[in-house]
Write a protein that binds this ligand. Structure first.
Ligand code: PHE
Length: 342
């Protein structure tokens, strides 16, 4: 019996030593030796037939065997298999997989560029709410009740009772800011605006504007021209020429539409085939003007003491001209083939 125990001990430890950590064979060996019908369990059962005086010693030997087998098996199953034992072989010559890094959307990029250009001229960036009231979107800006933009079909109303709507331009931030601040100041206001236009290559029900407002003593139309000319040359190139066409906005007086010379044909009017300006030689980039005294009155400023200018540009329009894009919908369709080009 003693010899058998010795042989079994040697065999068991050899077998356990040979199997790999973490593999099923560890559990198979546990069953083989320690299971209900296992070799060691059987040994215990045979103690009955051993002469009485040998029983304590045999029992002790079997216990020692059981302990060392249990310990070796536990060690094997606890060991974390080495990478070599577990992982499939790696082909180190394969090209690596690079992670995907996102990029800035062309509209965000254009807004950032416009903002930093004006910041370098001393402007501050200010934002306002996208859900506006009739009061700020229209009334403080001298837009009368009969103005077409106040028609329910020309504005997304949120609530008729509360007179709330999705702002149709960023101009309401002009009067919101003036109510809380005293001149002199120069601000730009980037943000989303909404109009119920049918979507096509040049219209979207949601787009972005950057508004500008400068108020102080003795601010003149020439300051407006100088500021916007500096902006356009930095944005589109030094050779760009400017044109200020008389226009009308209720909140500025006088008002102008601002054009730049065509960045594709260089403004050679009559170049009928120009894909950008269609022969006009000019591209409209924004509306602008001197702040209407009525707007100053609406916010409690004295129009005898302060003057100012304001402008508002469409960001999509600027990006379309700058990057030569032919359809506004591309900005909002999330087509990666388009977005990856920026
Ligand atoms: N708010 C005008 C628009 O959306 C643009 C504008 C802003 C014009 C400021 C003049 C001065 O069309």
């Amino acid at each position: 019996m003693k010899d058998r125990i010795k042989v079994i001990t040697e065999e068991a430890l050899k077998e356990i030593g040979a199997c790999r950590a973490g593999e099923d064979t560890v559990e198979a060996l546990r069953v083989k030796y320690l299971g209900r019908k296992g070799i060691i369990t059987e040994l215990f059962k045979q103690i009955g037939s051993v002469p009485a005086e040998d029983k304590p010693e045999i029992g002790k030997l079997i216990n020692i065997l059981k302990e060392s087998v249990t310990r070796s098996l536990d060690e094997k199953s606890l060991l974390v298999p080495s990478a070599e034992e577990k992982a499939p072989p790696i082909d180190v010559t394969l090209p690596g997989e690079s992670g995907h890094i996102g990029r800035i959307h062309p509209i965000t990029r254009t807004i950032d560029e416009i903002n930093s250009l004006f910041v370098s001229l001393g402007f501050r960036i200010v934002e306002g709410p996208e859900i506006e009231t009739e009061h700020y979107n229209f009334e403080t800006l001298n837009i009368p009740l009969e103005h077409p933009s106040r028609d329910a079909f020309d504005t997304f109303y949120v609530s008729f009772e509360k007179k709330t709507l999705l702002r149709s331009h960023t101009s309401p931030v002009q009067t919101r800011f003036m109510e809380k601040n005293r001149p002199p100041f120069a601000i730009v206001v980037p943000g989303r605006v909404f109009r119920p236009d049918a979507t096509d290559a040049s219209h979207s029900f949601m787009f972005h504007q950057v508004e500008g407002l400068v108020v102080g003593q003795d601010i003149k139309f020439s300051d407006l021209k100088g500021t916007l000319t500096t902006f356009a040359r930095q944005m589109f190139g030094k050779e760009v020429r400017m044109r200020f066409r008389p226009s009308f906005f209720p909140f500025t007086e006088p008002s102008a539409e601002v054009d730049i010379s065509c960045i594709v044909c260089g403004g050679k009017a009559g170049e009928k085939r120009c894909s950008m300006c269609g022969g006009k030689g000019w591209l409209e980039i924004m509306g602008a003007g001197m702040v209407n005294p009525k707007v100053f009155e609406a916010v409690g400023y004295n129009p005898e003491k302060v003057t100012g200018f304001a402008f508002g540009m469409g960001v999509e329009r600027i990006a379309i001209l700058k990057y030569g894009i032919n359809d506004i919908r591309l900005f909002f369709e999330n087509d990666l083939r388009f977005l990856r080009q920026f």
